[in-house]
Design a protein around this ligand. Structure first.
Ligand code: NDP
Length: 481
């Protein structure tokens, strides 16, 4: 029987499912290409209405005691955990990612964000500044209505990562998921309502890029948080600047993973596998430029090839499946074009290749150089490019020779070297002897073209709030005339 996942309606506005008035948006299961739901985009009027509703609901929410706001988020986290199985199945249908991943990585990460920011809400304070007789204080205040725009690789996690700090801080949100994966955000809206979130504070509008563009310039929107590619980030940042809106930009990367000769071989190979092939490689922070020091290169590649050969590809709903399909035929086509470009430029395939249908297998290039497109451009698929280096100074220079700056990893047993190298890498998030772990307690985000602002941790609160300074005069006022 074909899977179905038709929601009650396409949009969620003011606490209710609402049908979209715009163009049809078919939702396809990436594994089979079957239509699992048919949605409709929001019209311009519906986008504006959602923003007005959010603006109207926000002041009362911001006026609540923070501990009450926190309680709603914590309850939502508990509901997600109770329904994790059913939600994870939906995430697999929406994205094609293996159920063995979605059960542990997607909604669970979203629940952690709600739990973390729910707990944090009550401890957000200002500062008291003594000024002799007088004094001043600061208040951390919400921004108002925040727009969230998501990518398709971790749709429900992205929805939670944006909603949790925004709502904890007393903002309202209007969220637009990627047109490829519109279902998870609707579930989050239902769950938040059930957890006690008043109507109008978390709204979902569906649509392609132009709906995101309408949100970005809506007069009620004070902030835009985008997870997406660098070209979209440029457009959204430019449009937001017109209204002096705040932005968080979580964009793409081409991150280096540096393996020194003294690294623990097995762990380094595991990290490279996870850093390139988890979620079929559709992860922004992936370490897709794997720099191997010349002494470990051969052993590393032998072991990598051996382990990748055993990967189980197939039906994402089969709990044994480790490697699922690519999210859409368009995206699979882009990945295949990148693989063909790598071969045409003279790199050789150690394993993998273009694959067929919806699947691109784990693919590793050897004999590549820094100038090749496979070493420069983000591929956003399961394609690892290995590069060889000789010494520390050289690898730091080459690792930094990119416009991106999202993430980086270093594997070595020499901890002084690890910290020294990480200190010089131009990346917002770095890992030592680990890769791609993004606990909610740790700030996550990029530098250079990879973005602005931080998600997760207390740092995210700064990006969903503004500071008000209050000077308090305790005596009289002397004027010169
Ligand atoms: P896109 O940049 O294509 O789209 C991101 C979102 O922006 C989508 O919802 C898209 O809508 C929307 N959008 C497109 N045009 C506009 C516009 N002019 N104004 C407002 N919104 C717009 O990214 P993908 O969805 O293809 O995701 C892949 C990219 O996301 C990769 O580059 C990846 O590195 C990055 N990413 C970054 C992460 C991070 O945390 N740094 C995490 C995950 C992904 P629609 O899809 O409907 O066109």
């Amino acid at each position: 029987m074909s899977p179905t996942a038709q929601p009650a309606a396409s949009l969620f506005i003011d606490g209710c499912p609402v049908e979209g008035e715009g163009a049809t948006l078919p939702v396809l299961y990436p594994y089979t290409g079957e239509e699992i739901a048919s949605l409709r985009e929001a019209s311009d009027d519906q986008v504006a209405h959602a923003c007005r509703v959010a603006a109207a609901a926000q002041p009362a929410w911001a006026a609540l005691a923070p501990v009450e706001r926190g309680r709603v988020l914590t309850r939502a986290a508990a509901i997600i955990r109770e329904r994790n199985k059913e939600l994870s199945r939906l995430e697999t249908l929406d994205t094609g990612k293996p159920i063995q991943e979605t059960l542990v990585a997607d909604w669970e990460s979203g629940a952690q964000a709600l739990e973390f920011f729910g707990g944090l809400a009550a401890s957000i304070t200002g500062q008291m500044i003594p000024l002799g007789q007088d004094w001043a204080y600061t208040r951390r205040e919400p921004l108002g209505v925040c727009a969230g725009i998501g990518a398709w690789n971790y749709p429900s996690q992205i929805a939670c990562w944006k909603a949790a700090p925004a709502l904890a801080m007393g903002n309202a949100m209007v969220f637009k998921p990627s047109e490829e994966t519109p279902l998870g955000a609707l579930k989050l809206a239902e769950i938040l309502l059930e957890a006690g979130l008043p109507a109008g504070l978390y709204n979902v509008v569906q649509g392609r890029g132009q709906v995101g563009a309408a949100l970005t310039t809506d007069p009620n929107v004070a902030k835009v948080s985008l997870t997406g590619s660098v070209p979209t980030g440029r457009r959204v940042y430019t449009a937001a600047a017109e209204g002096m809106r705040h932005v968080t930009m979580e964009l793409g990367g081409k991150s280096p993973l540096i393996i020194f000769d003294d690294a623990n071989l097995e762990h380094a190979v595991s990290a490279a596998v996870l850093a390139n092939f988890y979620s079929s490689g559709q992860i922004c922070s992936n370490g897709t430029r794997v720099f191997l020091q010349d002494g470990i290169r051969e052993a590393f590649l032998d072991r990598l090839a051996e382990r990748v050969r055993n990967v189980r590809m197939g039906d994402p709903l089969d709990p044994e499946t480790q490697h699922g399909p690519i999210v859409s035929p368009v995206q699979a086509g882009k990945i295949r074009a990148a693989i063909a470009a790598g071969e045409a430029e003279g790199a050789r395939l150690l394993c993998g290749g273009p694959g067929e249908g919806a699947f691109v297998p784990p693919t590793v290039f050897i004999d590549a150089s820094d100038e090749m497109t496979i070493a420069r451009d983000e591929i956003f698929g399961p394609v690892m490019t290995t590069l060889v280096f000789h010494d520390e100074e050289e690898v730091i220079r080459r690792a930094n020779a990119t416009g991106f700056g999202l993430a980086a990893g270093v594997f070595t047993q020499d901890l002084s070297r690890a910290h020294r190298v990480v200190g010089r890498l131009e990346a917002g998030t770095c890992w030592i002897n680990s890769y791609n772990l993004t606990p909610v307690e740790m700030p996550f985000g990029g530098v250079k073209l990879s973005g602005l602002g931080r998600e997760n941790s207390a740092a995210a609160i700064e990006h969903y709030s503004q500071l008000k300074s209050v000077y308090v005069g305790m005596g009289g006022v002397d004027a010169p005339y």
